[in-house]
Design a protein around this ligand. Structure first.
Ligand code: TRP
Length: 376
C-alpha cells in the first residue's frame, strides 16, 4: 500500500512513497520546464495547455532543441506508449491527452507503442495472450483520446516484431548488460527477455528515421518513471547516426486514497475508463479529502487542497478554467465549500467525461485496424 511515509522509489516498474519531483530532476539529471521555455512553447501553441500551465509536465530533456529544429522548419515525430498490464484508468490518459494536443498544434506524426512483450516478461503470472489482449483493448482508449488516424501508428510489439526486431538488434548491440543492470536495477537472476527489452522500447525513437532514411527528431511525452529507458537510448542514438530523443516528463496522477499514484491494483481508489459512471461516482464519494472531520471544523478552519485528490482532479484534468479553479481553492480554504459538495461537483464532471470517452471507445472498434502499424 502506497503511503506518504515510505521511501521514494521511482523506476519503470515500481513507483511508491512520497514523490519529490525536484529531487527526481536532480537524480535523473533532467531539466526543469522554466518560465522562459513556457513562453517559447506558447508562441507556437497559443494559450498553454492546462497540463503545462499547472505544472503537470514539469521536466524535460532537449525540448528547447526540438523547438530550435521546428522553428528552423524541421518536422519531428512524437512517441509515447503503454505497458498493457490491465484496463486503462484516467491517470494513464494524462500524457496521452497532452500528446494529442502536441499532435494538433505541431502536426506531428505519432508512434504509440504497446509493450505486450514487456508486461509478459515482468509479470510472473502473465501469459502472453493476456498482455496482448490488454494491448488491443487499451488501444481503444488511445484512439478514444482523439488522435489523427492519418498521423498515428500504434505498434503492437509482438505482432510488429518483424519490423521492430531489425532495429532493436542494432540498438542492442550497442548496450552492455552492466549498463542495463545499473539503469534498471536488474540482477543476475533477471530473465534475459527483460534484459533485452530496453532495446525494443528504444525502437520507436528511430523508426521514422529508419523507414524514411531521413534523420527525424523525436519527442517523447511520458511519465517521469520511464526516464531510465531514454537515458540508455540517448547514449546509443549518436552511435547509430540518429538524434538523441527529446523528452517531456509528467507527474503521476494521484489515486482517490490518501497519497500514492492512481494504480489499477487499488481499484477502489482508481477510476477506470470503462467504469460505469455511477461506479466512478461512488468511488469519488468514498474518496479521501483534505477536509476536516466535522462540518463545524471545516467551516471554522477550511480544508487543505494540497493533499486532496478531489482538488487534484479539478486541477489536473477536469477544471479547464483557471478562474473557476482559483475560486474552488479559495472556497475550500476558507471553509465555504464542503467536501461533500465538492465531490458532487467533481462526480458530475467525471461522469460526463466517462460517458463521452466510452462512446468514443465504442466507435474506436471500427477504426482500430486503420491505426495499427501493421497496416501502414
Ligand atoms: N514501458 C511503458 C510502460 O510500462 C510502456 C511504453 C513503451 C512507453 N514505450 C513508451 C511509455 C514510450 C511512455 C513512452 O508503461
Amino acid at each position: 500500500m502506497a503511503s506518504d511515509e515510505e521511501e521514494m522509489i521511482v523506476t519503470p516498474w515500481t513507483v511508491s512513497g512520497k514523490i519529490d519531483y525536484s529531487r527526481l530532476i536532480e537524480e535523473f539529471g533532467t531539466q526543469p520546464i522554466t518560465e522562459d521555455l513556457l513562453k517559447r512553447i506558447k508562441k507556437h501553441t497559443g494559450k498553454l495547455h492546462l497540463q503545462l500551465r499547472r505544472g503537470l509536465f514539469f521536466s524535460h530533456r532537449d525540448l528547447d532543441w526540438i523547438l530550435d529544429m521546428y522553428e528552423a522548419g524541421r518536422r519531428f515525430v512524437l512517441y509515447t506508449g503503454r505497458g498493457p498490464s490491465g484496463p486503462v484508468h484516467i491517470g494513464h490518459l494524462v500524457p496521452w491527452i497532452f500528446t494529442k494536443h502536441l499532435q494538433d498544434v505541431f502536426g506531428s506524426k505519432l508512434y504509440f507503442q504497446m509493450t505486450d512483450d514487456e508486461k509478459f516478461l515482468v509479470n510472473p503470472d502473465f501469459t502472453l495472450e493476456k498482455s496482448t489482449g490488454f494491448a488491443y483493448d487499451n488501444a481503444l482508449d488511445v484512439i478514444a483520446v482523439g488522435f489523427d488516424v492519418d498521423k498515428t501508428k500504434i505498434i503492437m510489439d509482438v505482432e510488429d516484431a518483424g519490423t521492430i526486431y531489425k532495429i532493436a538488434v542494432k540498438v542492442a548491440k550497442r548496450i552492455t548488460f552492466s549498463t542495463i543492470k545499473a539503469a534498471f536495477g536488474l540482477t543476475e537472476s533477471s530473465n534475459i527477455g527483460i534484459i533485452f527489452f530496453p532495446a525494443i522500447q528504444a525502437v520507436p525513437c528511430f523508426i521514422e528515421s529508419e523507414l524514411t532514411g531521413e534523420n527525424v527528431p523525436c519527442l517523447i511525452p511520458a511519465a517521469i518513471d520511464q526516464d531510465p529507458y531514454w537515458r540508455v537510448t540517448r547514449d546509443v542514438a549518436p552511435k547509430l547516426g540518429y538524434f538523441k530523443p527529446a523528452q517531456i516528463h509528467c507527474k503521476f496522477l494521484p489515486g482517490l486514497g490518501r497519497g500514492g499514484k492512481m494504480s489499477a491494483s487499488l481499484p477502489e481508489t482508481c477510476i477506470f475508463t470503462t467504469d460505469l459512471p455511477e461506479v466512478a461516482e461512488k468511488k469519488i464519494w468514498n474518496a479521501f479529502t483534505g477536509g476536516k472531520p466535522t462540518v463545524k471544523e471545516q467551516k471554522l478552519h477550511g480544508g487543505d487542497p494540497s493533499i486532496c485528490p478531489i482538488y487534484y482532479y479539478d486541477y489536473y484534468l477536469f477544471e479547464e478554467e483557471d478562474e473557476k479553479l482559483n475560486e474552488t481553492y479559495r472556497k475550500c480554504r476558507n471553509g465555504e465549500l464542503l467536501c461533500g459538495e465538492h465531490k458532487i461537483m467533481l462526480a458530475e464532471k467525471v461522469k460526463r467525461f466517462l460517458k463521452e470517452h466510452q462512446k468514443k471507445r465504442e466507435k474506436a472498434k471500427d477504426v482500430l485496424d486503420d491505426f495499427l502499424f501493421k497496416n501502414r
